[in-house]
Design a protein around this ligand. Structure first.
Ligand code: ZN
Length: 240
């Protein structure tokens, strides 16, 4: 069994389709979504419907929550807030209801999935270093947990202490815990513009990061045609 794990799609349909095509070519038969299906980019409805109709296990991201609600977005950064206001208008009430029902944490096979962290999933904390990762591990009861939220692929490992491992691929060993950020499909922020996701190969217990090129120009055109802030189109090319 080979499982594709991907999140932070952020309404980037071209990137999502490229990832799904690559995953199928890589022999993946199962798919798990790390949340933040919508927000920032111009195809929220199409991305939502793709995830929903596929019936993949999915966890809720902060943009899914914000798009589903009516609450004020004033405390958010203005660009993200503008995109979310626009996203709310694009989605039907029924689609927003569906976003609201998504669970915060799920267990799939032998691993756990959460958008931000297991210690306080509702707080949407960002894990950017091993110290941030420590509190998550106290609440992680499976060897392996996948998450997203920062849009930066990372591997944290807890043995007798917590370390960050830089690798494109890692073998999961018993007795250790792994907290792996699958990066972002639709708005990578690690300086590489290509869509990012991981493949978990269960027979070999191996997790491998994949980077996939997609039709960036079309995504940028759609963002501009929708009247979304231009910076959202520009940042995609820079992977930030
Ligand atoms: Zn996100």
């Amino acid at each position: 069994m080979r499982i594709a794990l991907f999140g932070d799609i952020h309404a980037n349909l071209e990137a999502l389709e490229a990832v799904l095509k690559d995953a199928a070519e890589q022999g993946c038969t199962d798919y798990v979504c790390m949340g933040d299906i919508v927000g920032y980019n111009a195809d929220p409805s199409a991305c939502l419907e793709k995830v929903r109709e596929s019936n993949w296990p999915v966890v809720k991201g902060n943009h899914d929550e914000d798009a589903s609600g009516e609450h004020s977005l004033d405390s958010m950064n203005p660009v993200a807030a503008a995109a979310l206001e626009w996203t709310r208008d694009q989605l039907t009430l029924e689609q927003r209801d569906w976003l609201r029902t998504i669970r915060m944490v799920r267990q799939v096979e032998d691993f756990t999935v959460v958008h931000s962290t297991l210690d306080q999933p509702q707080s949407w904390n960002y894990v950017t270093n091993k110290f941030d990762a420590m509190s998550n591990f106290s609440y992680q009861f499976t060897n392996l947990c996948f998450h997203g939220h920062t849009h930066v692929p990372r591997i944290f490992v807890r043995d007798s202490r917590v370390t960050e491992v830089e690798a494109d691929s890692i073998v999961i060993e018993l007795g250790m815990k792994y907290f792996i950020n699958t990066g972002s499909v639709g708005q990578p922020r690690d300086g590489d513009w290509r869509a990012c996701y991981v493949i978990y190969d269960l027979p070999t217990s191996t997790v491998t990061f994949r980077r996939v090129e997609y039709d960036l120009a079309t995504t940028q055109e759609k963002i501009r045609a929708a009247g979304l802030p231009d910076v959202l189109a520009e940042r995609l090319a820079e992977g930030r």
